[in-house]
Ligand binder design. Structure first.
Ligand code: PNS
Length: 164
């Protein structure tokens, strides 16, 4: 049987423990999982694409079938280029569902042979999002336990440089 490649796309600004949990779960389901960072999502991300690639690579280095890449343009075009059969997305709560359903159905319209697979993160991480991590950190709150320690360090460095 041919190997099954899946893409886990997102902005990952920054990677959270919720993302990491999903990557671990996905790595058990697919032969290869490519974590793909969209390069043109936001005009003013907290972390540059290079920083996000570095953090994702560090956080996933112990999972051999996971790699990190970047993409721009349509996700389905990138997935075709990588011979992927599946897109992986996380659903934390009911509120994620509508947005995710719309994206999954649009992607299916564009590429009917590509399946979107939804996984749920650990229950204890269902409230964690990159947006809230950025907000809590920028307002001086602790993000300990919400992001990998290496991300916490990078956040501290940004604060030290006066750019949180
Ligand atoms: O982490 P995010 O911000 O929820 O990820 C959103 C992402 C990157 C998966 C989505 O914006 C995307 O796939 N963008 C690529 C452009 C595209 O293909 N759009 C049409 C599909 S709905």
């Amino acid at each position: 049987m041919s190997e099954i490649v899946a893409i886990y796309p997102g902005s990952f600004d920054p990677i959270t423990n919720g993302h990491l949990d999903l990557i671990e779960r996905g790595s058990h389901l697919f032969n290869r999982l490519i974590v793909a960072i969209l390069t043109n999502l936001e005009k003013h991300p907290l972390f540059t694409v290079t920083e996000r690639v570095e953090m994702l690579q560090e956080a996933t280095y112990s999972i051999p079938n996971v790699s990190v890449d970047t993409f721009s343009g349509l996700l389905v075009d990138y997935a075709r280029q990588k011979n992927a059969k599946a897109l992986l997305r996380g659903i934390r709560a009911f509120t994620d569902y509508e947005y995710e359903l719309q994206m999954a159905l649009m992607n299916r319209k564009l590429a009917p042979d590509l399946e979107t697979v939804f996984l749920m993160p650990a229950l204890s991480l269902t409230y964690v999002s990159s947006r809230l991590v950025r907000e809590v950190f920028q307002l001086g709150g602790s993000v300990s336990g919400l992001v990998p320690p290496l991300v916490e360090e990078r956040l501290q460095q940004k604060a030290f440089q006066g750019k949180p």
